[in-house]
Design a protein around this ligand. Structure first.
Ligand SMILES: [Zn+2]
Ligand SMILES: [Zn+2]
Length: 245
């Protein structure tokens, strides 16, 4: 019989095992956006879907979630997008009552003990989804770097859409061979120029009322320009800490 999942840490362990399941060659062939962002998005979607189900149905998961003070605001809202009002109504009383008990304890002890900062909201340094994201990201980038060490890997990468600029920075920091670094820099420069040309053609053809002549690359160039410069939608919180989460 399948063992029942009984807590947030268990969900994290299962998700971490799942994040090892990827095929870089296939990802490069299939994905029009950044393969690292795409992998993070898929694994976190699985994590949030699993977590909302367990929060809705399992008391020990609710207890764990409350003890850990939930997730950072950005990831709490991502969790919300996988939940229903009923699911949140089932999950959050435990969180609110736990925080209420912290506030009462603080009110009763604050005049007797030295003041410490009140910490009842998670930030990216203490959020388990942020930590998970960082692990997924580092692991995928490490494997992508290894994939690029041989010429076949670099050729497959050159035929793909490449990573977003944020992940290019991390990839360049992760690879050591000068030939790979040079390849990545020049490859990306060419790629950005091609997207730029597609954008200019898009504007030109729209202005000239020649929408019928637009190519598929020109039609989605705006989206690829945003992914390059701002990473996949909803992968990173605006204004979150620089580098990696
Ligand atoms: Zn990316
Ligand atoms: Zn977070």
């Amino acid at each position: 019989m399948k063992e029942r999942v009984t807590g947030k840490s268990r969900i994290l362990t299962e998700t971490e095992a799942k994040q090892e399941e990827f095929n870089i060659e296939q990802d490069l062939r299939k994905i029009r956006g950044c393969p690292v962002c795409n992998h993070i998005t898929n694994i976190l979607a699985d994590f949030f879907a699993h977590l909302q189900y367990e929060l809705s149905n399992d008391e020990s998961t609710r207890h764990n979630y409350a003890e850990e003070l939930g997730l950072c605001p950005f990831h709490a809202w991502q969790l919300e997008s996988f939940s229903s009002p009923l699911g949140i109504a089932r999950s959050y009383p435990t969180v609110l009552e736990h925080v209420a008990s912290i506030l009462v304890t603080r009110a009763e002890t604050s005049s007797r003990s030295p003041e410490k900062a009140l910490k009842v909201v998670r930030d990216s340094a203490t959020c388990s989804a942020c930590h998970l994201l960082e692990k997924i990201e580092n692991n995928y980038i490490k494997h992508l770097g290894l994939f690029l060490t041989d010429i076949d890997g670099r050729q497959a990468y050159a035929c793909s859409h490449g990573t977003c600029l944020k992940h290019l920075e991390q990839l360049i920091n992760a690879v050591s061979a000068p030939v790979t670094v040079r390849f990545l820099l020049l490859d990306e420069a060419e790629r950005l120029k091609r997207i730029s040309a597609d954008l200019r053609n898009y504007v030109y053809k729209r202005d000239a009322l020649r929408r019928d002549l637009l190519t598929n690359n020109e039609k989605d160039a705006y989206r690829r320009a945003l992914i390059k410069t701002a990473s996949g939608r909803n992968v990173y919180a605006q204004g979150d800490r620089g580098g990696s989460l």
